[in-house]
Design a protein around this ligand. Sequence first.
Ligand code: T4K
Length: 365
Amino acid sequence: MDKEIFVTRSSMPDYKEYTEAIKPLWNTHWLTNMGIYHKQLELLLKEYMKVPDVSLTVNGHMALELAIQAFDFPKDTEVITTPFTFISTTHAIVRNGLAPVFCDVKPDDGTIDETKIENLITEKTVAIIPVHVYGHVCNIEEIQKIAEKYNIKVIYDAAHAFGIEYEGNGIGVYGDASVFSFHATKVFNTVEGGAVTFNDHKIYEKLYNLKNFGIRGEELVTQVGANAKMNEFCAIMGLCNLKHISSAMEARKHIVEHYIRRLREIEGIITFEGNEKSTKNYAYFPILITNTYKSSRNEIYEKLKENGVHARKYFYPVTSDQACFKNKYRYIDIPCARSLAEQVLTLPLYEGLSDEEVDMIADLF
Ligand code: T4K
């Protein structure tokens, strides 16, 4: 195998398109601090994502940390979340001084099991942070009902859910806020970047302060804040990539459908079904290697690697089992999350992956 195939490859605009687009920066020398391209991207994303408000950030993780911070939860309170996610979700909760309470997930899509949330609520619970993992939409209606019943907030980690619509609405309109990642590995990227979407404009002001040192005038700082702004080079990358987002998603759809055609007959391999109320963004292509498959998940992972195919075990181990969190928080049985983490393999998926490459990967199974 002369060519290595990685789990993903960043989408990039044509070199000329990007270099032309950044040229004006050599006239203005305005490179960051909410420049004109930052503003343009916020406006275009509002429209594309069908949300009332967007606040851009330096990356998805800081978007999540600041979105949580924006709600001023008292310290030492609890947040119900999923352990079947990227480590960022749990870090953001803990770095806000809150305790994660790990709820199990559902076997059919890997999202938080809404039927298990209520049992975990205590007088210390202040929020639920579910994840639309792989772009699979959580049970929004039930989660909202629980949140209203107990008067707690819902902040969606929508890092994987860019561009998804649910019942015709932008996915970012649900809950009190939703957080997106525009990292280089995502379906839409700004190199590094992220965003928070929300319905209450007061959150925009809060986030503005939190991402820019609380500065509201040359001599006025109104609150403590971090530096988590998106710079102009990243905003321009986003503006360029946004122009091509529908063809990028079409290309991914074609690849996913090709994979499914090739893999669906193989004993022991399961692909996830979509949710009929939501659109898909083809952000990831996770499959489950169950015990009726001829070898273990780890064996096929190694075999692929030996052949230059770098699939990933997103998300193994569950975050609650990571060294920094193990045995630190309330013990909760999470058999389904553990089982998915043991079985999952995320196959290469990106614009430019050819049918021949997909066939070569499928032939290794
Ligand atoms: N919440 C959730 C649920 C998330 O999944 C994430 C991020 C976040 C929050 C936080 O958002 P950010 O702060 O990251 O915006 C990657 C990404 O770094 C991370 O963004 C993503 N989730 C996570 C699932 O995957 P790694 O450590 O697996 O990435 P890495 O460096 O191994 O890259 C994977 C492959 O991507 C490479 O083999 C090749 C390709 N690649 C990578 C880079 C860095 C490119 O084509 N271009 C690149 O620039 O974490």
